[in-house]
Design a protein around this ligand. Structure first.
Ligand code: PLP
Length: 415
């Protein structure tokens, strides 16, 4: 819990706003973000990298609300996108196209056209077939596509297997042993311009060593290319720095940045990073209300109005989110399974949590700013939650709660 979410007389606040007031005004479930926490995390990153030319490309998939993208754009951020939809979002949020990098293994022709039209900074290309397609599309448009190859350094990120991306067996990137061959191929293609090298080895990393191991492997290739006359302008070392959800002890942003700067000492390439989680994860909470308490023979259930469709991480990765009462009560706590109303046994938000609860109690699922709202769905025909940004003593609705009518507006009954 960052100090932007804190108790005042047993009431949980986001900055200077009581979360209970937000629930009262906008209902639950509701995501709440702290503008100061977002700004602080971004500034820590920018300050720590200030010694060299750099671009912080916020990973849009971690939280893609326009207000958050706009806030980062105004702070100077670029963006790491993984779809044409995300490109349209960042442009709508006021981002400069020439600060956008485009990652992802499955870019379609239409997405390539959109990005070439907008004039993005770089395509992070993930296969030989993608190089061919991009060269062709750029040629048809009379454009030159700036590219880097996403190299898979075969480094163990030591994180959850579903968010580990830099191992040989993963679908991401270009095999280390093939990278030089593909760079030579790209350098000879008429409608491509080789500008950088990229790697991203996974998410929620809690140690520095895999980042440095990956950077060192990638730099060997950069030097080899320079030797062959292909001089790169930038190095993109991806995202992946972890945050504290429970008892993890990830390196600080400053320590991580120092380590990257150390690995790049004496080199002139511009550094690009693609952080997501570390900029937004601890800047948001998911506010939910207890609908029912259901005592059981073996376990007691607290059934809340948020569910796996709102926050998928517990169901998907067995991820831990701290659960804090919005009003701290002196009553005796007991252990609850905190679960949602969805018809799946996997629909849980927390196991065996010590809480003092009543029907109607408000809870905050902490560290929910990353991969929360952006992974939400409409399963069980549940409208997606509202999102609120707190700024000092002000609360701003930054996304209205969806209505059920919106959910089936595109559906058609046939004769
Ligand atoms: C998801 C992703 C990121 C961001 O990862 P975090 O762990 O949220 O920092 C960066 N780059 C790429 C290519 C990604 O897929």
């Amino acid at each position: 819990m960052t100090h932007y979410f804190h108790y005042q007389q047993d009431q949980l606040f986001a900055e200077n706003v009581a979360l209970a007031d937000i629930a009262e005004k906008f209902g639950t479930p509701c995501y709440v973000y702290s503008r100061a926490a977002l700004t602080d995390a971004y500034r820590q990153f920018a300050d720590a990298l200030s010694a060299r030319e750099h671009l912080i490309c916020f990973s849009v998939k971690s939280n893609s609300n326009l207000a958050i993208l706009n806030l980062f754009a105004r702070l100077g951020a670029g963006f790491d996108i993984v779809s044409g939809g995300e490109l349209q979002r960042v442009l709508a949020a006021g981002a400069a196209a020439n600060k956008v990098v485009f990652s992802g293994v499955g870019k379609t022709e239409a997405e390539m056209r959109l990005a070439l039209d907008a004039g993005i900074w770089c395509f992070n290309v993930e296969s030989s077939a993608e190089l061919d397609r991009l060269n062709e599309v750029a040629g048809q448009m009379g454009k030159i596509a700036p590219i880097s190859l996403r190299v898979n350094p075969d480094v163990d990120a030591k994180t959850h297997p579903y968010i580990s991306t830099g191992l040989k067996q993963n679908k991401f990137g270009i095999a280390y042993a093939e990278a030089l061959t593909l760079y030579r191929k790209a350098a000879g293609m008429a409608h491509l311009r080789v500008t950088g090298m990229d790697c991203h080895i996974g998410s929620q990393l809690t140690e520095i060593s895999p980042f440095i191991a990956a950077a060192e492997k990638v730099l060997v290739l950069v030097d080899q290319l320079a030797h062959e006359g292909v001089k790169l302008e930038h190095l993109d070392l991806g995202g992946g720095l972890g945050i504290r959800y429970d008892d993890e002890t990830p390196p600080s942003i400053a320590e991580y940045a120092q380590a990257l700067l150390g690995a790049l000492q004496g080199r002139s390439e511009k550094l690009i990073v693609e952080p997501g989680r570390v900029l937004v994860g601890n800047a948001g909470v998911l506010l939910t209300r207890v609908e029912y308490l259901k005592p059981g023979e073996e376990k007691h259930f607290a059934i809340v109005d948020a569910a796996m469709n709102d926050l998928m991480r517990p169901a998907l990765y067995d991820a831990y989110h701290a659960i804090q009462p919005v009003n701290r009560s002196p009553a005796v706590a007991q252990k609850y399974e905190v679960v949602g109303p969805i018809c799946e046994t996997g629909d849980f938000l927390g196991h065996a949590r010590e809480l003092a609860l009543d029907q109607g109690s408000l809870l905050a699922l902490m560290s929910a700013g990353a991969y929360g709202m952006s992974m939400s769905s409409n399963y069980n025909t549940r409208p997606r939650a509202a999102e609120v940004m707190v700024d000092g003593s002000h609360m701003h609705l930054i996304r209205e709660r969806e209505t059920v009518a919106q959910l089936f507006a595109g559906e058609k009954i046939i004769a």
